[in-house]
Write a protein that binds this ligand. Sequence first.
Ligand code: ZN
Ligand code: ZN
Ligand code: FE
Length: 752
Amino acid sequence: MSSVRATIEVRGIVQGVGYRPFIHRQVRRAGLCGWVKNTGRGVEITLEGTREALASFAQMLRSEYPPLAMVESVEITRWDEAEGVDGFAIIQSTAQPQRRTLISPDIATCPDCLRELTDKNDRRYGYPFLNCTNCGPRFTIIRDVPYDRPNTTMDDFAMCPVCRREYHDIEDRRYHAQPTCCGDCGPQLSYCDARGRQVQGDALALAVETLQKGGIVAVKGLGGFHLSCRSDDEQAVQRLRLRKHREEKPLAIMCRDLAAAKKFCAVGRDEAAVLTSPRRPITLLKKRGDMAHLTDNGYLGVMLPYTPLHHLLLKPLEALVMTSANLSDLPIIKDNEEAVTALQGVADGFLLHNRPIESRCDDSLLWVYEGREYFARRSRGYVPYPVSVDVGGAAVLACGAEQKASFCLSRGSDVFPGPHIGDLKNAETLAHYEQQIRHFEKLFDVQPALLVCDRHPDYLSGRYAYDRCRREGIPLVAVQHHHAHMVSCMADNRLTGKCLGIIWDGTGLGDDGTLWGGEFLAGDEKSVERAGSIRPIPLLGGERAIREIGRIGYVLAREAGVIAEEDPVWERMLLRGMNCPVSTGMGRLFDGVCALLGLRREASYEGQGAVLLEAAAAEDEGCYPAVIDGGVFDWRETVRAVVRERDAGVETGVIAARFMNTLVETAVEMSCRICREKGLQNVVLSGGVFQNQYLLARLPGRLREVGLTPYVHRRVSCNDEGLSLGQLVIAKKGGGVRVLGSTAEDRGIERP
Ligand code: ZN
Ligand code: ZN
Ligand code: FE
């Protein structure tokens, strides 16, 4: 058979991920000849062989690639006559006109490395920092680009001759693996006692001993420190909660392996695939049994070991609590000295190592929904992979919201969402936020030509944006909070044009200056109109009502006319409208009903009301009456039914289910009306309330039943963390309001 030549272009994340050595091996296996080179857009492979062999090679490239690569497209761009080349070569890349560096996230220990870790005859046996081209630290150790060892925190470690030989051998798995090392040349563990004094001996064994005895050990990981203790030791967990001032918020565990995870939780095939993926997120799984010391709801956060150190630590222990080591909402601790100082009195021991962490990166947190990842927090393992959108143009920096701060930086049609930041209310968190923005701009070689922020005048992210734009002379656009949520979900699904957004969250500033959060928005990326909402809820005492949710329960009952006993102080406040801003936040309605059912009168974390109602829900298909009046869901009739059934002794779980069923049916009815009226078909669901898996399991299906097409988030979170993606796309499409840098400076927008 005669030979031909094919030029194959592969696009996606194919540089710095061991792609060319992979191609080298595959080409040899297939018995083809030619060369490969990096280009400005990806990788170009030129091969000679039979037409059939070349076509099947290209086909194979679509489904097979090294673990860190992400193949977006494989295309045979041209066919030529064969010139009879011999062998195979990796050609040095020519200067690239348009630099498109992509940086890999940190990837869990690969099966090959794991085998070496446990092989007594391997020279890396038991070495807690082994890695290769297919796995190991990336984003968290990179100081600058290009991604070469001197630009990482591995710069401190000179390779030994054996490691260097592997590094330069194209046949070796460690060919060009920047962080490669071994016990002779790489980082080392050390152990300190509760007072931070170094203890001589086997650091790992000392840590295990402390853990086994019920102690709390601060463990330095990939993107920061964890506080860990045995998850089966309730007293140890209680001590950890007390010392960390985290009385109720759920704690995640790390299980030795999948078998251990299955002991604690229901793990289906899809969940197992996500748990064991090289990204290793914390996956929220339906728990088996009570485990009240770990979680206050039906889910338990579980992850599997993702560094060699974790594998070694969990060998003698089946499961450990692994919670980010930080104090009262400060950023996760990343440096040894900082850990030893800040965690005095918290940790009974410190398992440290001497490889510096450049960038903090918290564990990602997600559910598995319809077979895919559904994020609560997109961070380690995913950051800094880009999310591609259908709009290019100048670089934009979107600054996010505040409590779940985030940012997105764009370069062409690639959008880079930043790592988990936390609540910006702390100076330290704000500094971390600003530092990560600078870091991203450096790594991706982008200077934003435009900044976007929320319209809330007090968000610190908005202040940052305003000050920076003033200083650097960059234009600034402000975007309404729920519009940003909506467009985030649209962009997440690559949806453009007009659609309906059901945007349910806790709080966001509305166009009319009141707090919104139970919204039905009709429109597109440029503008939306508020096509529906819920009856406003007075927040008795403002911010305080968000914590003391008993106040919201009181207000709901009062408005519904089913108040048991009047509170004279609260009545006076309500009558005078004193410190009682109104909110249409769906999260608040959840809080109020949670309180009315006696589940809770005070929330110890934001959104707890909704979490507890979901956890309480029994299997019940019942529904309460709901009144929709002029596009507004009047919940008073629903609240009356809730209180009536409660007083009649109906089980709490049944009422919780019926209440949420009512929300689903109300949403369906309102969506139908609005979509019919406005000729809309697509419905996007966004806002923090859609972390509620009960709603998520029902509402999309019901919308489909009535002929609408629902969309939920896929690549970024539905909560405020994912909102910066929407801000960015709105600004790119010319939506939002100019605050700075144009003639329209005085359009009534307050200075953020
Ligand atoms: Zn590996
Ligand atoms: Zn070495
Ligand atoms: Fe929000």
